[in-house]
Design a binder for this molecule. Structure first.
Ligand code: G3H
Ligand code: 13P
Ligand code: NA
Ligand code: ZN
Length: 308
């Protein structure tokens, strides 16, 4: 059943977290829906502009609709991740999304407000939620790469005015995480003192954490054992920090990198261990199974199991 993320956030605030997972392929969609149904956990399926370009927006929507018919008890929302106005308006007009993100966080405050406002007014006409972003995360996210020195934490003093002026429905913040596999190479972690101040100013308003992947060390080692060359400094958000962030008003936790690492590990091991095989169905099945297991663990960790 497809529902608005508003229903999720009203229920989960301060208590449990909603996984928002980026999907690009059929295997990822099926793995996610199977896990959601099995765990009876609400989840958000999110699509980036790159996903929409790679797999075609219409294909993705059709696959998600079909997955929902295959797993009729799955409770989910469809969200556009990191869109600009063109993507957001297209997603709104398609009626296939319950929520869109307008990512104008690289612009100055006033431009970010103006751009966000324009998406909000069109989205709200159709009861579609809008996620906006204030502050700039470092790292590689699809085809955009932000250097450490160009990133900046969200300023707690700005968040209340931003939300009031834009009328957005949730706010993505930059509190130390980054996109990709090298978030906390220096061991820095989530800046809870900033997150705490943001929560104080926002007073119950849903916060979104981008860069929520855990970047499991064992996964990195297995990839490298089979010829991968991921740097030793690969590091993500620890389970403790992820769980702690929920108490600070983080309702939505974005995850993409972990599912890519899982893909790389499953396929590298397949090609390494079974050099005589060449059937995509074999590693595909394995990936879906492992993806499902990964998500079941994530739902448990976030406290979302049984909440759908
Ligand atoms: O932001 C959406 C991207 O799909 C995330 O990519 O996992 O490389 O940060 P990433
Ligand atoms: P990760 O790189 O931690 O998976 O973050 C994904 C994300 O924020 C997508 O918007
Ligand atoms: Na951004
Ligand atoms: Zn993101």
């Amino acid at each position: 059943m497809v529902v608005s993320p508003k229903v999720f956030f009203d229920d989960c605030y301060g208590v449990y977290g909603i996984a928002a997972v980026n999907v690009f392929t059929m295997e990822q969609i099926l793995g996610l829906f199977r896990a959601g149904q099995k765990a009876n956990a609400p989840f958000i399926v999110q699509l980036t502009p790159v996903a929409r370009d790679y797999a075609h927006a219409k294909m993705l929507s059709a696959m998600i609709g079909a997955a929902s018919r295959c797993y009729p008890n799955a409770v989910y929302a469809v969200h556009l991740d990191h869109g600009n106005e063109t993507h957001a308006f297209d997603a709104i007009d398609s009626k296939e999304y319950q929520s869109v993100m307008i990512d104008a966080s690289h612009d100055d405050f006033e431009t970010n407000v103006t751009r966000t406002r324009s998406v909000v007014s069109r989205a709200h006409e159709h009861n579609i939620m809008v996620e906006a972003e204030l502050g700039v995360l470092a790292g590689v996210e699809d085809d955009v790469s932000i250097a450490e020195e160009d990133s900046s934490y969200t300023k707690p003093s700005e968040v209340a005015r931003f939300v009031k002026e834009t009328c957005c429905d949730s706010l993505a913040v930059a509190v130390g995480t980054s996109h990709g596999a090298y978030k906390f190479s220096g061991g820095q972690g989530i800046q809870f003192h900033i997150l705490e101040k943001i929560q104080e100013k926002l007073n119950g308003f849903p916060i979104v954490l981008h860069g929520g992947s855990a970047v499991n060390t064992e996964e990195i080692e297995r990839i490298n054992r089979y010829g991968g060359q991921l740097a030793r400094g690969a590091a993500g958000v620890s389970t403790d920090e992820l769980v702690k962030s929920i108490k600070y008003g983080v309702c939505k936790i974005n995850i993409a990198t972990d599912t890519r690492l899982l893909w790389a590990r499953v396929h590298r091991e397949f090609f390494g261990d079974e050099p005589e095989l060449f059937d995509p169905v074999i590693p595909g099945r394995k990936y879906m199974k492992e993806y499902e297991r990964f998500m079941l663990n994530k739902f448990d960790l976030l406290g979302a199991t049984g909440k759908a």
